[in-house]
Design a binder for this molecule. Structure first.
Ligand SMILES: Nc1ncnc2c1ncn2[C@@H]1O[C@H](COP(=O)(O)OP(=O)(O)O)[C@@H](O)[C@H]1O
Ligand SMILES: [Mg+2]
Length: 194
């Protein structure tokens, strides 16, 4: 058998576990995560939130995006650029999304450039796993390592994961950017401590 990296091992295990969850479990988890994010004072006070459109078995962010937008928060969404970096454009409701590269739903509004994330007060990031110290495992494209490297230390960066994905330790490399907090369905909002 071919050797696979520690990161790839965890990615495969997490994706398998997500597949094994029922649609109902995933939907419930998405609602708990949404409510924990929406109720957080930093998010309530944020003028601008950089978020993402969930796909596949990820915890659902659609109703979270909608609720943020409805209450007047400026919501930025990523567009995957060739090479793996992320461009950003505003979310203007469910009709302002279209299928982009790899079928990912992306915003149709004008692109604001890779540095637009710097203007966000809160960044919500997808993850396959997060450690209590904020180490984040993604899908292997390194997109969020690039994006998070641009945001200042005072920006609240939050990973959204299922309960089983808050792991005691997460394999990491020097380029991996840490998150300041993580939200799980059962645990709610939890600050990370490195
Ligand atoms: N700041 C960066 N600039 C350019 N490439 C990067 C940067 N950060 C990560 N990468 C690239 O992304 C690849 C995947 O990173 P990795 O951390 O394994 O993925 P993920 O964060 O999606 O889990 C790295 O091997 C590296 O080549
Ligand atoms: Mg990484």
């Amino acid at each position: 058998m071919q050797d696979i990296s520690p990161k790839q091992n965890v990615r495969l295990a997490v994706l398998r576990a997500r597949e094994a969850m029922s649609v109902r479990e995933r939907a419930d988890a998405g609602r708990f995560i949404r409510d924990a994010v929406l109720g957080r004072p930093e998010v309530e006070m944020a003028a601008s939130v950089a978020a993402y459109v969930s796909f596949g078995t990820e915890p659902d962010t659609r109703s979270l995006l909608f609720a943020l937008w409805k209450r007047g928060t400026y919501v930025l969404l990523p567009l995957l650029l060739p090479g793996g970096d992320l461009d950003w454009a505003s979310y203007e409701g469910p009709d302002s999304l279209t299928a982009g590269r790899f079928g990912l739903l992306e915003p149709t509004e004008p692109r604001r450039g890779v540095d637009a994330i710097k203007a966000a007060d809160v960044v919500l990031a997808p993850a396959l796993a997060v450690s209590p110290s904020g180490l984040r495992l993604g899908r292997g494209g390194g997109s969020y390592d690039r994006a998070l490297a641009r945001v200042g230390p005072n920006i609240l960066t939050v990973g959204l994961v299922y309960d089983a994905e808050l792991l005691d330790s997460v394999p990491a490399e020097p380029h991996d950017q840490r998150l300041r907090a993580v939200v799980t369905p059962s645990g709610g909002f939890q600050e990370c401590h490195s």
